[in-house]
Design a protein around this ligand. Structure first.
Ligand SMILES: [Zn+2]
Length: 291
């Protein structure tokens, strides 16, 4: 199946009230685990690579693997550059065949976020690429293990949450195809138990012309995920949970075995761990069987 535009994928999800998982697959093993899960669950899927992960795998090495994975898929697949802040990286990603860009101007003043999003949308529209932007700010605390550099106290800062009226105006002004919103989630491992502002989420969703995205879902309860989807989330970015789970599985495997360890055994164990964790998330998000 060819690449599917993310905006089409998400409008189906919004209409039928499920969420599509967007998985940071930062190497070949993770790509394979995620795609095996999507095939097994007959689920649409978004594979992504984030700018903060270029230090592990450069964009130019990752993009051809993502494109190849989409070409081999029998389920609807979209490819996304996650948390793009660098203009050059976003344009290069489009050129490499990535068909969705998440532009993250959430740390910029509102007017600059609007102006930069407009510029990206103009280029993306010419190439048939979908754009997600972020308004409000989903935090990335330093101690949370998500390559963040923000003071840990940001987790209590509700002034960073998305304003519903501003969200509507932002989408209209920029023409973005999806919007990431802040209502109590955070990137990485939770430093304290999250409390979601679902009323705010519902108010944003009611007036938003486009599907909404949740970042920082790892560590939420199954009930939290269901509530977020019920209150208007159509795309869920997921990384930390599967990364921690896969690492634990490798640790167990290394401790158990008396035989000689080979890297390819670990690789296959890693792929299986990712597949299992992602399959579980797809059932939770309601995307299973929606391909
Ligand atoms: Zn994110």
């Amino acid at each position: 199946m060819p690449l599917v535009p993310m905006n089409e994928m998400l409008s189906d999800a919004r209409q039928k009230q499920y969420a599509v998982g967007c998985y940071n697959a930062i190497n070949l093993d993770m790509v394979r685990g995620v795609m095996e899960a999507a095939e097994a669950e007959r689920s649409p899927v978004i594979l992504c690579h984030a700018e903060v992960h270029f230090q592990y795998t450069p964009l130019e090495m990752a993009a051809p693997i993502l494109v190849q994975a989409a070409e081999r898929a029998t389920v609807p697949t979209a490819l996304l550059l996650d948390h793009g802040e660098d203009f050059g990286a976003m344009v290069r990603a489009m050129k490499l065949g990535i068909n969705a860009i998440m532009f993250d101007g959430s740390s910029l003043p509102y007017a600059e976020n609007v102006a930069s999003a407009q510029e990206i949308v103009r280029i993306a529209n010419a190439l048939g690429v979908s754009v997600e932007a972020e308004l409000g700010h989903v935090t990335r605390p330093k101690s949370a293990g998500a390559d963040g550099d923000e003071d840990d106290s940001v987790v209590d800062d509700t002034s960073l949450y998305t304003d519903p009226e501003q969200a509507r105006r932002f989408v209209e002004a920029t023409g973005v195809h999806a919007l990431a919103v802040a209502f109590g989630t955070a990137h990485g491992v939770y430093l304290k138990k999250p409390k979601l502002d679902l009323k705010r989420l519902q108010a944003i969703a009611k007036d938003s012309p486009v599907p909404l995205v949740m970042h920082g879902g790892s560590g939420l309860s199954a009930e939290d995920f269901r509530q977020a989807i019920d209150h208007g989330i159509s795309k869920i970015n997921y990384y930390t949970g599967m990364a921690v789970y896969a690492a634990e599985r490798l640790k167990q495997r290394l401790n158990q075995t008396d035989e000689k360890s080979f890297y390819h055994h670990l690789m296959m164990e890693g792929i299986a761990a990712i597949r299992e964790d992602v399959q579980q998330s797809m059932r939770l998000f309601g995307s299973s069987g929606m391909a």
